[in-house]
Design a protein around this ligand. Structure first.
Ligand SMILES: Cc1ncc(C[n+]2csc(CCOP(=O)(O)OP(=O)(O)O)c2C)c(N)n1
Ligand SMILES: [Mg+2]
Length: 313
């Protein structure tokens, strides 16, 4: 593990945001017009980075008594692909041309916080004191100077915001892209389907939605609640029928995620439809006691449960 840690540190220093590594959020003043974007990690380093983030989530959350570990673990590979390869971002969180991420399934934000700390957008101590008095909340709250674009937490809220930002970017001829991560259970909210129709109507080619399709919502599997039984392709069919370009992938295979997002990033023309990546994931991925177990939506594992092992070390 020490070796991975060393590499990860090396990654952060040499290939991500060297000057911001020690930055204090007070010093991250708005800087506009700086066209400097980050360098990215190689495929092998992306997987190591995702494992580092998983370990960090589990350690900080358990130590601090923060319970939304499982929803955070299911989207780590998605977030890693976005932050270390796909999104155009700068060492300055408020760089005007940055790609925007709206993190709509806001309760599963621990991986986002761990990454923002890793790239220097928030202070490491703020992440480590999460749930213990730091400014970071249980659900994301807008803080542009720290790289958090929108407050979310009431499900069904983030996608309409993302659509509005993408529409605004088009009206202003801006070239940045907007990414939005939503939960599969969250897609039951009617507000999402209004936003989806608007995005298609206005050909928001600059919008990519990523659904963390972990088959679970808070208390049960989706197919025991609203989705028709056996319809594994439910969201793919619905999103396509509404007019999105839709692709389903393995949400724990970073190369799969990256190749689709890269294709859309390079290939989307002004008149292309908005896109959705349905990332098939496992809730609690990485902690064996937790994977696809409904009761772990908000629950800290016991020492005994942790002995079942993990996938990140
Ligand atoms: C409008 C609204 N209703 C209910 C909740 C309570 N709640 C928080 S997380 C969650 C489950 C969400 O499931 P999903 O979107 O699949 O996310 P996952 O936890 O699986 O990542 C619910 C019902 C909420 N935050 N907002
Ligand atoms: Mg879910």
């Amino acid at each position: 593990m020490d070796k991975i840690k060393e590499n990860v540190f090396e990654d952060a220093i040499t290939t991500a945001f060297k000057p911001s590594i020690k930055s204090n959020r007070k010093f991250l003043a708005p800087q506009t017009g700086i066209s400097e974007s980050k360098k990215t990690l190689s495929d092998g380093h992306l997987c190591k980075k995702a494992n580092q983030i998983r370990k960090d989530i589990v350690e900080v959350a358990i130590r601090n008594g923060a319970g939304h570990i499982a929803p955070s673990l299911s989207c780590v590979d998605i977030l890693t692909a976005l932050y270390y390869r796909i999104m155009n971002i700068s060492r300055y969180p408020q760089w005007e041309e940055r790609d925007r991420l709206i993190f709509s399934k806001a309760h599963g934000c621990y991986g986002l916080y761990a990454i923002l700390a890793d790239i220097g957008y928030i202070k490491r101590e703020d992440w480590e004191n999460f749930y213990k008095g730091s400014f970071l909340s249980g659900c994301v709250e807008r803080s542009l100077e720290n790289g958090i674009e929108a407050s979310c937490g009431s499900l069904g809220h983030g996608l309409p915001i993302a659509v509005g930002i993408a529409f605004g970017a088009k009206l202003q001829n801006k070239s940045y892209r907007v990414y939005c991560i939503v939960g599969d259970g969250e897609m039951q909210e009617g507000s999402n389907w209004e936003a989806v129709q608007f995005a298609v109507k206005h050909k928001l080619s600059n919008l990519t939605v990523i659904i963390d399709n972990n088959t679970l919502q808070a208390m049960d599997f989706l197919e025991n609640v609203l989705t028709l039984e056996g319809r594994k392709d439910d969201l793919q069919r619905k999103m396509q029928a509404f007019g999105f370009e839709a692709i389903t992938c393995n949400g724990h295979n970073i190369q799969d995620i990256v190749s689709t997002l890269e294709k859309w990033k390079e290939g989307a023309k002004d008149i292309s439809p908005p896109q959705v990546l349905i990332a098939n994931t496992i809730k609690g991925y990485g902690l064996l006691c937790m994977e696809s177990v409904p009761k772990f939506h908000f629950r800290i594992p016991t020492e005994e449960e942790l002995k079942m092992g993990n996938r990140y070390e």
